[in-house]
Ligand binder design. Structure first.
Ligand SMILES: Cc1cc2nc3c(=O)[nH]c(=O)nc-3n(C[C@H](O)[C@H](O)[C@H](O)COP(=O)(O)OP(=O)(O)OC[C@H]3O[C@@H](n4cnc5c(N)ncnc54)[C@H](O)[C@@H]3O)c2cc1C
Length: 464
């Protein structure tokens, strides 16, 4: 094994450069902490770059519930001249649809603006700890092994790897070894948008529509609203005759839907969220790697099905596949508070709320299964600070999909809106800890954290 040769120190090390890590690193740096963002991949942004809509930024009523870093990124796309638009799917939710390649550049530009140091191609392999404090992270890359010491660590690995190595309690997936599916999202261009919108308008029963308690319209009326809005944001349902019969004949693989998400209206580009392999443990690299073979076949099947059977897609072509397989579910770290399904569904508010969520409880399963339960009256709920603070650890936060939550609550708050905002909250808390030399993340005065977040544009009050 190679000798450990280098050692560096930072105020804050953020491990994981997905949506949560981007939010955390920007916020920590913005708040004056010398911050390093470590990412094992060759790029930053995770699923922000996949073409998926950024969900959870608005509740089902259409009220914005996430601002701050998310809004800065959206503004950056606008400034660049890229497509970015909040769109209601007339099913359950609003998603901020955008051009992923522009987002890719904007993420990097925003990290640069706040002087975040970036270390790509680098795996955080293990931690060094001193009882309940993590004092450093050992990283490995082509340059060898290094020890990066830090006063504060933000675990945005999606899997809670740093917190778990430090001894945090965690839960994994669902009952009996079940996991939400892994999916390879892909993008198609040259869609005849008008043709597809007309197909939606004239065939509402083929689509997932009208499930929101606030939509209050028939499927036909919802389909007409999509047609009038002009954004092809609708999911072809496996309960419909078209997709069902394709699944029955083997022309398509079993899935809940073929979700279509607009990415560029000028180029007729949409992302497709449909492929799936459920119940595999995505923390096992061998299993995850093998899943790529099946998912590749599924991408091909789906493209052929759309070209052959779905009006508007006749001449659409594959433009790209997402940079990596999308992982919905692995580990959830247990913190000082564990967000519950009832908190989510009842739109519960907390005095120490540091972010908001509003997405339905959304749990995909094997075959055509998907649980979708809306939040009461289209309201939003608060995510309390304690959900970011792992029990028994003094200087570590978790943010993003591995934050402290039940499986069902996670099914709502794993969205990128909440990954960005919980990341921002953790990064801001870290900045305050550096500034005031606190010894424990629990010492952060909540009102100070909330007021700092609000001054940064976070939305913590004033919504249903
Ligand atoms: C198929 C699919 C569809 C989805 N649909 C939507 C949608 O439409 N809208 C929406 O808002 N959300 C959606 N989600 C949910 C959302 O995309 C994810 O929950 C979210 O992106 C997770 O962000 P994260 O930053 O917490 O974790 P991740 O994106 O998983 O980021 C973790 C990062 O940490 C890095 N990492 C991990 N371990 C280490 C280590 N030891 N060292 C260095 N780096 C490490 C990884 O490489 C990764 O980049 C979807 C998810 C999937 C998979």
């Amino acid at each position: 094994m190679q000798e450990m040769i280098k050692q560096r120190h930072y105020d804050v090390v953020v491990v994981g450069g997905g949506a949560a890590g981007v939010g955390a690193a920007i916020a920590a740096s913005k708040n004056g902490a010398q911050t390093l963002l470590v990412e094992s991949a060759s790029y930053v942004g995770g699923e922000l770059l996949s073409g998926l809509p950024i969900d959870g930024c608005l509740n089902a009523r259409g009220e914005w519930i996430v601002g701050g870093v998310a809004k800065e990124l959206f503004d950056g796309i606008k400034d660049f001249g890229g497509f970015v638009e909040p769109v209601f799917d007339w099913r359950l939710m609003w998603g901020v649809c955008l051009e992923p390649d522009v987002m890719k550049l904007v993420v990097v530009k925003t990290l640069a603006r706040y002087k975040v140091e970036l270390l790509l191609y680098t795996l955080a392999e293990s931690i060094v700890s001193d009882g309940k404090r993590v004092t450093g992270v050992i990283v490995v890359n082509k340059g060898g092994k290094s020890l990066i010491t830090a006063d504060w660590i933000i675990d945005c690995t999606g899997d809670g790897s740093m917190a778990i190595m430090a001894g945090a309690d965690y839960e994994k997936g669902g009952p009996n070894g079940t996991f939400q599916p892994v999916t390879w999202v892909f993008r198609m261009g040259n869609l005849n948008v008008k043709g597809y919108l007309e197909f939606i308008r004239d065939n509402p029963d083929q689509f997932l529509l009208g499930e929101s308690p606030v939509a209050k319209k028939s499927k036909a009326e919802c389909a007409m609203e999509i047609y009038k809005t002009g954004y092809p944001f609708a999911g072809l349902s496996a309960e419909s005759s078209l997709l069902r019969s394709a699944i029955d004949t083997g022309e398509m693989y079993p899935c809940t839907a073929v979700y279509v998400v607009p990415n560029s209206m000028v180029r007729g580009e949409v992302s497709i969220n449909s492929t799936r392999i459920a119940d595999i443990d995505a923390t096992d690299p061998e299993v995850l790697s093998r899943s790529m073979f099946d998912l590749t076949d599924q991408v091909e099947k789906c493209v052929r099905f759309l070209n052959k059977k779905v009006p508007g897609f006749e001449k659409a072509q594959l433009v790209s596949v997402a940079p990596r397989l999308g992982i919905r579910e692995t580990n959830r770290v247990m913190g000082e508070y564990v967000l519950t399904e009832q908190d989510v569904l009842n739109g519960r508010k907390f005095g120490d709320g540091i972010a908001k969520g509003g997405h339905h409880v959304d749990i995909h399963g094997s075959g055509t299964y998907q649980k979708r339960t809306p939040v009461k009256e289209g309201n939003s709920y608060d995510i309390p600070y304690g959900c970011l603070v792992p029990r028994n650890l003094k200087n570590v936060w978790v943010a993003g999909r591995c934050f402290s939550s039940s499986r069902e609550a996670n099914g709502s708050a794993r969205n990128m809106g909440q990954c960005l905002s919980t990341g921002e909250a953790a990064g801001t808390a870290a900045g305050l800890c550096v500034e005031h030399v606190y010894s424990d993340s629990r010492n952060v005065p909540i009102e100070k954290l909330r007021s700092t977040l609000k001054a940064q544009g976070a939305i913590l009050d004033g919504t249903h």
